[in-house]
Design a protein around this ligand. Structure first.
Ligand code: NAD
Length: 316
């Protein structure tokens, strides 16, 4: 198949592109390199440098493709709070434009990367897909709007859309340098540099961390396999294991052999306190089971960051 990955120069997208190429597909990437990296692009992929805010670019990128994975986004809650209009243009309108371009091109399947952030202030735990979303940041509102568009494109136009609500994805190539870096790259890069890791709030907030290898396996399965009855659906994509930020730091310290006390900072506006995923639907309906334990995933990730920090040649 000829397929398209938007955001294919980013953290998750670059791993997805490699998996699709390895499976024998022709892969095109659309990315504006705003947070992605040219050196993460797999050599076998065709690259369109462009922006999902431009409809003609979306159309050109979709020409002739059978499946689209739409991952391009401003993927940061704080950044969306700083500039909600920009976040909406990329994350919500950009997704609608990609859906339109995919529909016009006659693509069969469209896989969308939504977020667990859509559950927001709804106190119900664990998170189940049918609970009422109560997003508390522009980013989460963007993702929910985009998800709803994707959902409607199946009954309206026959485009087989699948939306995944990613929980906390981690792995090699996740950016540790951004001021908006996620907690695992923050912890690993601080510990490897001998700095105190920073924790926002008391550290007892819970998260579900899923390895990028598991996310990629689910994405490939949803877009190229033929799971029945998944079109127009939304799925939690998580490990099913809850870990507090304090417990995560303890595991990271154990793996790296460090014992550095963290610095506790005030909790951040827009962060949810608890994030606990029910993965029954993705397991039973999608036929996908996560395989990588947090310890194994963290070990592989730490090895990548260690090699980065010591300048050892790395895979892209
Ligand atoms: N990493 C996580 O834990 C997580 C959790 C929930 C949802 N997601 C979603 O998964 C997707 C991938 O996230 P990631 O962690 O790989 O982030 P990332 O920032 O590494 O990747 C996003 C990619 O999109 C590109 N991009 C951004 N704006 C663009 C635009 N206007 N036009 C074209 N390309 C553009 C960036 O250059 C980058 O390569 C995003 O949609 C994100 O919202 C990620």
């Amino acid at each position: 198949m000829l397929v398209l990955v938007t955001g294919g120069a980013g953290f998750i997208g670059s791993h997805l592109v490699e998996a699709l190429l390895a499976a024998g597909h022709g892969v095109r990437v659309l990315d504006n390199l705003s947070s992605g990296h040219r050196e993460y692009l797999a050599p076998g992929a065709a690259f369109v440098e462009g922006d999902v805010r431009d409809l003609d670019t979306c159309r050109a990128a979709c020409a002739g493709v059978e499946a689209v994975w739409h991952l391009a986004a401003i993927g940061s809650v704080p950044l969306s709070i700083d500039d909600p209009l920009a976040a909406h243009a990329v994350n919500a309108t950009g997704t609608l434009q990609m859906l339109e371009a995919a529909r016009e091109a006659g693509a069969r399947r469209f896989v969308f990367s939504s977020s667990s952030a859509v559950y927001g202030a709804n106190p119900a735990l664990p998170r189940q897909e049918d609970q009422c979303p109560l997003p508390i940041s522009p980013y989460a509102i963007n993702k929910l709007a985009a998800e709803l568009y994707a959902r409607a494109y199946y009954p309206l136009y026959g485009l087989e859309t699948v939306a995944f609500r990613f929980f906390n994805v981690y792995g090699p190539r996740q950016d540790p340098n951004s001021q908006y870096a996620a907690v695992i790259p923050n912890f690993l890069s601080a510990l490897l540099a001998g700095r105190a890791p920073e924790i926002y709030g008391d550290g007892e907030q819970s998260r579900d961390f899923i390895a990028v290898a598991d996310v990629v396996a689910a994405l490939v399965h949803a877009g190229t396999g033929d799971p029945d009855g998944v079109a127009g659906e939304v799925f939690n994509l998580a490990s099913g294991q809850v870990t507090s930020v304090n417990a995560l730091l303890a595991i990271a310290q154990q793996i790296l052999g460090t014992a550095i006390s963290p610095l506790y900072r005030p909790a951040r506006v827009g962060d949810v306190r608890y994030s606990d995923a029910d993965i029954t639907r993705v397991v039973t309906k999608m036929g996908f089971t996560p395989r990588v334990s947090l310890e194994d995933g963290l070990r592989a990730t730490a090895a990548w960051y260690r090699a980065q920090s010591t300048g050892v040649a790395q895979d892209r």
